[in-house]
Design a protein. Structure first.
Length: 168
């Protein structure tokens, strides 16, 4: 769940769940990646993270599991690197990933959110084609900023993420 209210004392609020597998080994947030300014919890099984913060920008990226067709096991990659790349590179990474069906096909379905204090971008991969919530021409990232409306409303994550959050 994402709330963006520029000008407020806390302009960005982000809520996500680490993993459905509570027994999966992890370590709490820290600078786990040598040479990187990123902070996040680390998945000890795959080395990635579900939530990464770039404190120098500041920017945050959050990864949520999606539903859809799983990746081919022979080429499946961990989704945990996606939040690291999004936090490091920003919304341009989401746009580049959305434009690369071959790269997307290596991942199981996901929702990837990248946010700063004044904008939020989101990419949903369902295992077939990337889907965004913006109107044609806005791109599959569904990027929105204050004063910029998308079909989903101002600065909101994909509709499926909102429905999931509403069900909790």
């Amino acid at each position: 769940m994402v709330s963006l209210a520029p000008g407020e004392r806390v302009s960005l609020r982000l809520l996500g769940i680490r993993d459905e597998l509570t027994s999966r080994p992890w370590r709490p947030p820290a600078r786990h990646w040598p040479g990187s300014p990123l902070i996040g919890g680390i998945d000890e099984q795959a080395g990635g993270t579900w939530l990464a913060v770039h404190p120098l920008i500041p920017r945050v990226a959050c990864l949520l599991n999606g539903r859809g067709q799983p990746a081919d096991p022979a080429r499946r990659r961990s989704r945990g690197d996606l939040s690291l790349r999004a936090a490091a590179e920003g919304p341009g990474f989401l746009r580049a990933l959305a434009a690369d069906p071959d790269a997307l096909a290596a991942y199981d379905p996901f929702h990837l959110i990248c946010a700063t204090a004044d904008s939020v971008s989101a990419l949903t991969w369902e295992g077939a084609l990337p889907s965004g919530d913006g109107p044609p021409g806005e791109g599959p990232s569904g990027e929105a900023a204050p004063g910029k409306e998308s079909a989903a409303g101002p600065a909101t994550p994909p509709r499926r993420v909102r429905r999931l959050a509403a069900a909790v």
